[in-house]
Each structure stands twice: as C-alpha cells, then as structure tokens.
Design a protein around this ligand. Structure first.
Ligand code: SF4
Length: 274
C-alpha cells in the first residue's frame, strides 16, 4: 500500500510525493490543494489549537486534575509495591547496542562527514555565515519588522520611502532568508544520497534519484537568491561592493551544482501523475 493511501490521512486529489523536493515554503506554494503534507499540517495546526483550548480548560478544572494526579501517585505506589520492575522487561531495547546498528551508524556518520566536507557544502556554509553577518551588520539601516500575531514581515531601509520598492525589498529579503540555510542542507543531502546511490546503484533503480531531487531544490534556492540579491544590488546602491561577492558565491555554487549533479536540471517537480 502506498503511503498516500493510508486511511488515516486526509482524502483529496493529491500528487504523490510532491512534498519531497519542494522548498517547503507553503505560504508561497501554488500546489497547496494538491499536497498531502500541507493538508496534514493544516490539520495538525487545528489539533494544536484544540489542544491549547484544552490546556486552558485544564487550568480551569484544577480540582479534576488534582484528583487525577492523586490517582497517578497511587498507581505509582502500587507499581513500586506490588509490581516490581524486572530488569529484563526492557531487554528488547538491547538491540540498539547491536553491532550492525553501530556499523550502520558509523557508515552514516562517515557519509555525512564526507558530504559536509565537499567544497560545495563548505561554500554553502560560508554563504550562510556571510548572509547572517551581512544582515547583522546592517540591522540599524535595513530593519526587519515581524509581527508574530499577524505574521506580517516587512523591511524598512534608511533613505528609502517608496512603498513599491520597500515591498519588493521585503520580498527579496524574505527569499534570501528563506533559502539561507536550505541551500546548505539540500546540498549536503544531495551529496549524502549521491554516495549512497554510488554504493548501491539499485537503490533508486525505478525512481528519480534523491541526489538529483535534493540538488534541484538547492539549485532553485540559489537561483531565487541570486534574483533577490540582484534586486538589493540595484536598489541599495551604497551596498553594491558588499553584495557582489555574495552573488559571485551563489553563481559559483550554481555552476558547481550543475557539474556535480547533471541530472538535477531534468528532475521533474511536481511529479507527473500516472
Ligand atoms: S509542495 Fe507546496 S504545500 Fe506541499 S509541502 Fe511543499 S511547499 Fe508546502
């Protein structure tokens, strides 16, 4: 049975696996009504809201919960006195110490380390740090305003009053911040998967390769970030010299990704329906 057929998941005309290689920016996604993850997360959020209400009523019903706690204490005493804990009850967990598990974990860590040490991953990390520092150094001129209630995010910049420009600046900064970490995460994952695929060529035999899918997400993040930085470069004239090296870094990553993962550009997303 396919995961998408699980009876517990919401019903709908979903595209199987669409969420595997997207950028996870659901607020900006054109496929929310075809995405099972989106629908499930919506339901989870509704459950959380319900849970919050329930917690509130829990506070209001303190007597009830005091009574419950008393029952729990009594149960604990009963367990201590009448149902002693037998050491071997948890022997099944000993499997975690199994040699195979250790070996699998060791291999996983090695692959992860190797992926992390690829020049592309290193530059992606450098990009992350550079972006972080760039915004930090400009926090007095390029101000970020976020309202957690309304989730409104906008930018103000000393010397710019044009609303249309500020709106586009906001959108560009949003794009940069959205992909700041995702580029590195997806690049590293692309390498980890590439090593696994090389080790076990049958792994993704009948499926598009995970390495290509992950590289594609990284690559799209790079493209969008180049566009966003370019807008900043055009509007924040005094910052041109600081922005150019960042764009250069992104262009280098774009070129390297295309070289390392030539199949990424042909990776189809969203997946086609049968
Ligand atoms: S496909 Fe779209 S809606 Fe679904 S998880 Fe990805 S970004 Fe969100």
């Amino acid at each position: 049975m396919r995961f998408d057929d699980d009876p517990k998941i919401p019903e709908g005309d979903y595209i199987p696996g669409i969420y595997n290689y997207c950028n996870r920016w659901c607020e900006r996604c054109m496929y929310t009504d075809r995405c099972m993850t989106f629908e499930m997360e919506k339901e989870i959020k509704m459950e959380i809201e319900k849970e919050k209400k329930r917690e509130k009523s829990m506070e209001e019903n303190k007597d009830f919960w005091d009574q419950v706690n008393k029952t729990i204490e009594e149960a604990a005493e009963l367990i201590d006195e009448e149902i002693p804990l037998v050491k071997d009850d948890f022997s099944s967990f000993d499997d975690w110490d199994d040699e195979d598990a250790h070996e699998a974990m060791r291999e996983y860590k090695e692959k992860h380390k190797k992926a992390r040490n690829q020049p592309l991953s290193k530059v992606a990390r450098k990009y992350e740090k550079t972006v972080h520092q760039w915004f930090k150094d400009r926090k007095e001129t390029l101000k970020q305003h976020y309202d957690p209630e309304t989730k409104d995010f906008n930018i103000s910049y000393t010397g710019i009053a044009d609303e249309a420009v500020l709106k586009q600046l906001t959108e560009s900064v949003e794009v940069i911040l959205w992909y700041e970490f995702q580029i590195e995460i997806k690049t590293q994952r692309a390498f980890s998967s590439l090593f696994e695929e090389k080790e076990d060529p049958g792994l993704w035999k009948d499926f598009p390769k995970d390495s290509d899918g992950s590289a594609r997400v990284a690559s799209m993040g790079i493209d969008s970030s180049i566009g966003a930085w370019n807008y900043l470069n055009n509007k924040l004239t005094s910052e041109k010299e600081t922005i150019k090296p960042i764009i250069r870094m992104l262009l280098w990553m774009k070129m390297e990704i295309e070289k390392e993962f030539p199949g990424a550009k042909d990776f189809v997303w969203p997946p086609k329906l049968d």
